[in-house]
Design a protein around this ligand. Structure first.
Ligand code: CP
Length: 304
């Protein structure tokens, strides 16, 4: 994985995915130690789109590994506002840093950045396309809570059309013989390209509108936010924004081992009364992001 960009989860083989899960656990065990795996390394975090968890967990991971961070969290403070192109920005930053972590609203921007960069690029989310580092922390969270990745029932709920975390997770889980329930309103159904992908791989899936019916069979209930920023028409967003709200009572018939995951932020799709449930795992999932990102960075720079 040394010097390899991570643009799509498909850039990693099953073996490489399992290696990141294993390394995440390794770094979690060492979380209270000062480490110098990245001593002398500079990593750029370029966030052209808002973020709380992804940026801060990447930066925490870099600091915990002894590296240094440069970058920005708001592109309005950069020369992009003067018209500087993404190509020029990346060609220049890759002369400053050993690795670039980038979030950008345009689908395909991370692939483009990796093609013009002299150093590896980690995609921290490109539009509605992919969010592979989120997927690796999701897989680590699933492995930790279920004791395995194989043969699980995964119920994905909410914005399955624009949800980049959903698209990346579906592809990664295809290595592990999953069964999917896709729960979404008509407007936000799973795009046909991902259903075709499941068909080609012989992966079983069921599409439904009612979340309650799918909860009893789920090992993982993966909730997502309806993303206002992906809609061109505000009226379309208004129609679907509150379509699913999970509350504690709805978890009564859930399996013992079932966990609720959510990439966060949530805006109403998980009621706060779920937070006290032993099924709620989304804040631990966000913490797991630090360990998974330590594993991703250390692997990309070849220091483990
Ligand atoms: N899960 C996630 O991508 O969160 P942020 O948008 O806060 O980074």
């Amino acid at each position: 994985m040394k010097n390899k960009s991570l643009i799509s989860i498909n850039d990693y083989s099953k073996e490489e995915i399992l290696k990141i899960v294993e390394l995440s656990s390794f770094f979690e065990q060492k979380k209270n130690q000062n480490q110098d795996y990245l001593k002398g390394k500079v990593i750029a975090t370029l966030f052209f789109e808002p973020s709380t968890r992804t940026r801060l967990s990447f930066e925490t991971a870099i600091n915990r590994l002894g590296g240094r961070v440069i970058g920005f969290s708001d592109a309005r403070n950069t020369s992009a506002t003067k018209g500087e192109s993404l190509k020029d920005t990346i060609m220049m930053v890759s002369r400053y840093a050993d690795l670039i972590v980038m979030r950008h609203p345009l689908e395909g921007s991370a692939q483009y950045a990796s093609e013009v960069s002299g150093v590896p690029v980690i995609n921290a989310g490109d539009g509605a396309n992919q969010h592979p580092s989120q997927t690796l922390l999701d897989l680590y969270s699933i492995a930790k809570t279920q004791g395995r990745l194989d043969d699980l029932n995964i119920c994905m709920v909410g914005d399955l059309k624009y949800g980049r975390t959903i698209h990346s997770l579906l592809m990664a889980l295809s290595h592990f013989n999953p069964k999917f329930d896709f729960v979404a309103p008509d407007e936000l159904r799973m795009p046909s390209e991902y259903k075709d992908f499941c068909d080609k791989k012989g992966i079983s899936y069921n599409e439904c509108i009612e979340m309650d019916k799918c909860i009893p069979d789920a090992d993982i209930l993966y909730m997502t936010r309806v993303q206002q920023e992906r809609f061109n028409d505000p009226m379309e967003y208004e129609k679907v924004k509150n379509v699913y709200t999970l509350n504690a009572a709805m978890l009564e018939d859930a399996k013992e081992n079932m966990k609720v995951l959510h990439p966060l932020p949530r805006v109403g799709e998980i009621s706060t009364d779920v937070d006290a449930s032993d099924k709620a795992y989304y804040f631990q999932q966000a913490e797991n992001g630090v360990y998974a990102r330590m594993a991703i960075i250390a692997s990309a720079l070849g220091v483990v």
